[in-house]
Design a protein around this ligand. Structure first.
Ligand SMILES: Nc1ncnc2c1ncn2[C@@H]1O[C@H](COP(=O)(O)OP(=O)(O)OP(=O)(O)O)[C@@H](O)[C@H]1O
Ligand SMILES: [Mg+2]
Length: 267
């Protein structure tokens, strides 16, 4: 068994922006091994994104209360200082969200944006070295003519190309963990499959662990080694992908799986 990369212990996340606190993640425990692909599934509002954002250190708000531990290579992240988080984000932990258009700056060229984490985390590199790394990253996410893509603006690319650019940005510093929160939801079906295959290839080649969050159970089934099923902020079941899909134990999981369209079950 590979070494543990990420361990979440008794994670609670509560919003305190109303009179009554709202707990959106409840006593969550999970482990992600080096190089592993872990899926989180569950209906809308089940706490998937809140979990992902807490792990990425993006939930630092005065109206929220978080308890528990998030251990990344043994270091506790939930209550660590901002500088430590800044050193991890984009460097050891890469993040890709659903809608690349909101994550990309519309007035900056693609190359400049993909380069961002290198400017922050690899200041020792020269301009030319950074350029070469960006071109290589664009090639790795299978974008044709990377020199041309480098000079483009986000609106000049298709949705699928933009998501590849986001993956290139997230991976430019070769993180140990890639968090992908609904990375394919805004894309059409054939492109979704291409992105999943790309993540699979990058996971294998770079030995990069992936936390893959999706509504789409057929994609999760294809990609993930293990799966966590969430409902109302709690984990209802976890196991190897084949256990979850072929011998689910909990009623909620059974219901969720029976909702996959029949055709997709055959894929
Ligand atoms: N500012 C807020 N105040 C109170 N509750 C909030 C706030 N923002 C989000 N929530 C709640 O947190 C819960 C978990 O949300 P989260 O975004 O993690 O769900 P999700 O599983 O990612 O859903 P989806 O599949 O739609 O992306 C939801 O019930 C949501 O209503
Ligand atoms: Mg979400």
């Amino acid at each position: 068994m590979e070494q543990i990369l990420l361990k979440v212990e008794n994670l609670n996340i509560e919003f305190h922006d109303h009179d009554v606190p709202e707990r959106v993640v409840n006593q969550l425990n999970m482990v992600l091994h080096q190089g592993e692909i872990l899926g989180i599934v569950g209906e809308s509002g089940s706490g998937k994104s809140m979990t992902a954002m807490a792990i990425a250190g993006l939930l630092r708000r005065h109206d929220m209360k978080m308890e528990g531990k998030i251990l990344f290579e043994g270091n506790e992240l939930l209550h660590t200082d901002r500088e430590t988080l800044r050193q991890l984000q984009g460097n050891q932990i890469g993040i890709v969200f659903q809608e690349p258009m909101t994550s990309l700056n519309p007035v900056k060229r693609i190359g400049w944006q993909v380069e961002e984490s290198l400017r922050i985390h690899r200041p020792e590199l020269s301009k030319e070295e950074r350029y070469m790394r960006v071109i290589k990253a664009l090639e790795e996410v299978e974008l044709d003519n990377p020199q041309l893509v480098y000079k483009k603006y986000p609106h000049e690319l298709s949705g699928g190309m933009r998501q590849r650019v986001m993956i290139a940005s997230a991976m430019i510093c070769e993180p140990k963990l890639l968090i992908a929160d609904e990375p394919t939801t805004a894309l059409d079906v054939t492109i979704q499959l291409q992105i999943v295959k790309l993540l699979q290839r990058l996971n294998q080649e770079k030995k990069m662990a992936v936390l893959f969050i999706s509504h789409d159970l057929s994609l999760v089934k294809r990609l993930c080694d293990r799966v966590i099923v969430m409902h109302n902020g709690s984990m209802v079941e976890t196991g190897r992908t084949e256990e979850i899909f072929y011998s689910p134990k909990e009623d909620y999981t059974i219901k969720l799986i029976s909702a996959i369209p029949k055709l997709e079950k055959l894929v």
